[in-house]
Write a new protein. Sequence first.
Length: 258
Amino acid sequence: MILTVNIGNTHITIAGYEHDALQFSGRLHSDTAATIDEYAMNLLNLLSLYHVEPERIEGGILGSVVPALTGRVLAALRMLSSARILTVGPGLKSGIKLRLDNPAQLGAELLCGAVAALAEGPGPLAVISADTAISIMAVNEKQELVGGVIMPGPQLSQAALVQKTAQLPQIDLSAPAAPSILGKNTAACLQNGFVLGTAGLLDGLAERFRAELGPDLKFYATGNLPRPIREACRTNILYRETLITDGLYRIWLKNKKG
């Protein structure tokens, strides 16, 4: 089994692949206060939950956008298995040219998402990765990653708004927006604002992306972008829950030895 680990600001996603097929996928909370031992125990428990013995791990690959956790999670993995664990970054082949000012600053999840999306079809395409932030990164028709945008995710925006206001309640972003844009109460107004507002923002950005990269640009999304927001978008968005772990596995295949 090949283990893929994606460390995001909110969650750590762990998945296992055998014979090019996904066998399991699970999540842990990203906790910068957790120790190596705690991560090792959490990883062991997660593997046990999916009936995976550490001895089955033949190799692994880790991608991270949280430098403070990268070393700890890597050390925890090495406590569980002696298999070779790759880390996404300079030196690993991805099959994509990075046309960026500083390629080392690119988030691993965006590169992995682009690799997996290109496996479905050629560019141009854009990958929307939603975690604490929403990042959109574009790949042109030459299969070159050429840049994108980063903005706060709706969950982060909602938490900041509720914290800084006296009377605005928390809402469930997984619930659909009201039938009318004219919300009749505070909760409905907030639901419309976050669901329809985020959808409108994504549609506006999609229009600008297509103006630069062409009308055939496809959009892929992964992460915790709530379904009501995706459905409220006028832009066709192809949601792939395992896009990043699939990309990690494909990068491992490109860099495995033997």
